[in-house]
Design a protein around this ligand. Sequence first.
Ligand code: GLU
Length: 222
Amino acid sequence: MCGIGAFQIVRDEVDPAKVARVLLRLLEVRGKDASGVAWHKGGDTYICKENCAGADLARRLTKDIGTTGIVHTRWATKGSPTIAGNNHPIDAQGIVGVHNGHISNDDDLIKLCVDYKRQAQVDSEAIFALLGHAPKGWTLAQKVEQVQGNASLLWLASHDKSETLHASRLQSSPLVFGQTAKGSIIFASTKAILLETFRRCDLKVDFIHEMVQGTYLQAQGG
Ligand code: GLU
């Protein structure tokens, strides 16, 4: 039952590091084995993660981070949190993502990947590996249809200058987003955590949507 979150802040509405810290603290109830944040900045993608609870990482996250990012608090199902590669955000050589859920066919998913060497034991790595390393020509739908288990996913493509935020809810695991009137977007695992994040960041929700199973969306510039 990990916690996942994301943000895409426009027009300097709020400091993105503040949003990341609030999400880390609030999502901690969904898992304390490890926590992490990833963000786009200046054409690069950065990851900050540790095997500590979200509130602890939030205290250390003082950096000036980018305006589009993803957040995770982990309740480990497979792969020890003492090994950094098992903690999220997971860098699957081109795709940096966070996952809530459990995948039962992760070994099979890795076998489908082209030119990909598994880096850790966590099941989640297999989904992001397939997103970035599926056989040529596969659509996103073909990739996610291979996944057996539960998943809500948020991810960034490494070195993506457009700073696109990707979100998908496959099965069971919840995912909700809200948007301000100016266009900033925040995602969280639950509506209660999302609304409290808006409140603590002094942002007003204009629109809220609980993602339906089997859907994908992407956001650029809010
Ligand atoms: N299976 C993933 C992991 O072990 C996600 C866990 C979860 O959502 O509870 O990190």
